[in-house]
Design a protein around this ligand. Structure first.
Ligand SMILES: [Zn+2]
Length: 283
């Protein structure tokens, strides 16, 4: 008899708990928003599997799962200076966007970046080049499978400003197609090489459904002055730090070595990391 009755208690308690959950959620609205503010990517906390380097073995069928997920609410808008502003007063302006350009090149460096991002529950945009993707398709898939965002940085990393309409279309469009064929998704963000583009480049990116951006905080990690010097990368970013900063970094060893300390220091200053999925792209 007892054996039959026992299972009802957990079910009953669970039902009680569930019915109770609905009401306090409304009362605690501010708390809930606060939590979202601090961690703009709730998906990261619910899928720790994304941290496993073995995910690269997973078949590309991972995308149907993500397709059924709730879309991330939009929390930030980019302004004309490529900085990010909260869409509502409920959202903190002490947040930065992390970006890594010019990959994918090296598995060890990339894994180091991905692991550090996971450690800080941070999301970033990896602005990739087509010729690199062609060399390292598995690394591109790895970025996608680890839950990070892929951006379009043109096929050949040339200065697009003086290219013909046909060339610009190829440089941008061919990479869109390539990335979609490997990950199932087309990028929503575009950054021109050297930050150099005119109306033609902007319009082409827009026609491909992408938000065009350069940056507002250069880490100078590509410069000779920071080569092999992680401390310099950190110093440069902190020196130029401002609310809504759009931080430009690259897939480089010294940047990967700097990242954990850099993110820790940003967190200590009260900054959180903007989930690219929370950025308004239809502008
Ligand atoms: Zn670049």
């Amino acid at each position: 008899m007892n054996m039959k009755r026992i299972p009802f208690w957990p079910v009953f308690l669970l039902a009680l708990l569930l019915s109770a959950c609905g009401r306090p959620a409304e009362n605690n609205d501010h708390t809930m928003n606060g939590m979202i503010r601090e961690s703009p990517s709730p998906a990261a906390t619910t899928s720790p599997v994304a941290g496993s380097p073995l995910v690269s073995e997973a078949p590309p069928s991972a995308s149907p799962e993500t397709a059924t997920e709730e879309p991330t609410p939009k929390l930030y808008r980019m302004n004309d200076a490529f900085r990010f502003e909260p869409l509502s007063k409920e959202t903190t302006n002490k947040a930065v966007l992390l970006t890594f350009d010019d990959g994918p090149i090296n598995k060890d460096i990339l894994l180091s970046l991905l692991d550090t991002l996971d450690k800080h529950e941070a999301k970033a945009i990896f602005f990739v080049n087509g010729y690199r993707v062609k060399q390292n398709p598995d690394l591109l898939k790895l970025i996608h499978e680890r839950g990070q965002t892929i951006g379009n940085h043109s096929w050949d990393h040339i200065n697009l400003k003086n290219e013909s309409e046909q060339s610009v279309e190829q440089q941008i469009g061919d990479l869109q197609t390539e990335i979609e064929s490997l990950t199932g998704e087309k990028p929503k963000f575009f950054r021109p090489p050297y930050g150099s583009g005119g109306d033609l480049v902007r319009n082409t990116a827009k026609n491909h459904g992408m938000l065009y951006m350069t940056w507002s905080n250069g880490s100078l990690d590509w410069d000779k002055s920071t080569k092999d010097k992680p401390a310099e990368v950190i110093r440069n970013v902190l020196e130029q730090l401002h609310p809504g900063a759009n931080i430009l970094m690259h897939e480089l060893r010294w940047t990967a070595d700097a990242l954990d300390e850099l993110l820790t220091k940003l967190e200590e200053k009260g900054y959180s990391f903007i989930d690219p999925a929370a950025i308004e792209t239809n502008r």
